[in-house]
Write a protein of this length. Structure first.
Length: 250
């Protein structure tokens, strides 16, 4: 029997304070790969999934929430559990499974007593994903019928996971070197023209590129909008499409 707990587990707090999968996917991301974009929202938590249309497997997942600590940790855990699952398998993801995934000690709940109901949103999310996928798949199927004959079919799920494995197999120094090369060739010249620059501060888990803006880029609104999008797009198209650019302080 699990022991009582008066605090959030360290693993829970780490997921809340340092989420790796916070973000979003857009229709352009799905179209680029020939995948289906599934978006669902329950209460303050929203999920974005890229699903292979033939294999029904979730290639990648992101979450976004305006909520606080609990919503962020739950979103991170749910998104992580969804990756590489088939749509027909996700009903096995339960509130209890997510709660246990956030435990540090298997015998100690990840949340204080009385907060277990925070995980009830998981059931609603899984049901929403299943329903939304049916609708999104139907739209994608109709669109494919309208495409001209001879247009290439969606790339296999394995080819995308292969790209991911190759990138993550590189050492951190090699990954940083490749990131710097892309920034130098495609990004810095435009930032320099406006009196700004960007410095890579760290690379976390091979996917989160921590950056610090310099000069004119440091405080402008574009640093979290168009500039951020441009940097992220360049890195994704040249290196690995799972990269995320995160400015210091966010």
């Amino acid at each position: 029997m699990a022991r009582k707990n008066e605090n959030y587990s360290a693993k829970f707090m780490d997921a809340a304070m340092k989420p790796r999968l916070r973000g979003a996917f857009f229709q352009e991301d799905a179209a680029l790969k020939g995948f289906i974009l599934v978006e669902v929202k329950q209460k303050e938590l929203k999920l974005f999934l890229l699903v292979h249309p033939k294999e029904t497997k979730i290639y990648d997942a992101r979450f976004f929430t305006y909520g606080g600590t609990e919503s962020t940790a739950i979103g991170e855990a749910v998104a992580s559990l969804l990756v590489e699952k088939k749509i027909e398998e996700i009903s096995a993801i339960t509130p209890d499974m997510v709660e246990r995934a956030l435990r540090g000690d298997p015998e100690v709940p990840s949340v204080p007593d009385g907060r277990a109901d925070s995980f009830e949103i998981v059931t609603d999310l899984m049901e929403a994903i299943t329903k939304e996928y049916v609708d999104a798949h139907a739209v994608a199927l109709a669109a494919s019928v309208l495409k001209e004959k001879g247009e290439p079919s969606p790339v296999s799920y394995d080819s995308f996971t292969s790209q991911k494995k190759k990138w993550l197999a590189l050492g951190k120094d090699e990954q940083l070197k490749k990131i710097e090369n892309v920034l130098e060739l495609e990004v810095r010249q435009f930032l320099n023209q406006d009196g700004g620059d960007v410095e890579v501060v760290d690379l976390v888990d091979g996917v989160n590129v921590m950056v610090e803006y310099q000069g004119a880029c440091g405080s402008c609104a574009a640093s979290t909008g168009s500039t951020l999008f441009s940097i992220e797009s360049s890195l994704r198209s040249n290196l690995y499409d799972g990269l995320r650019v995160i400015p210091n302080g966010f």
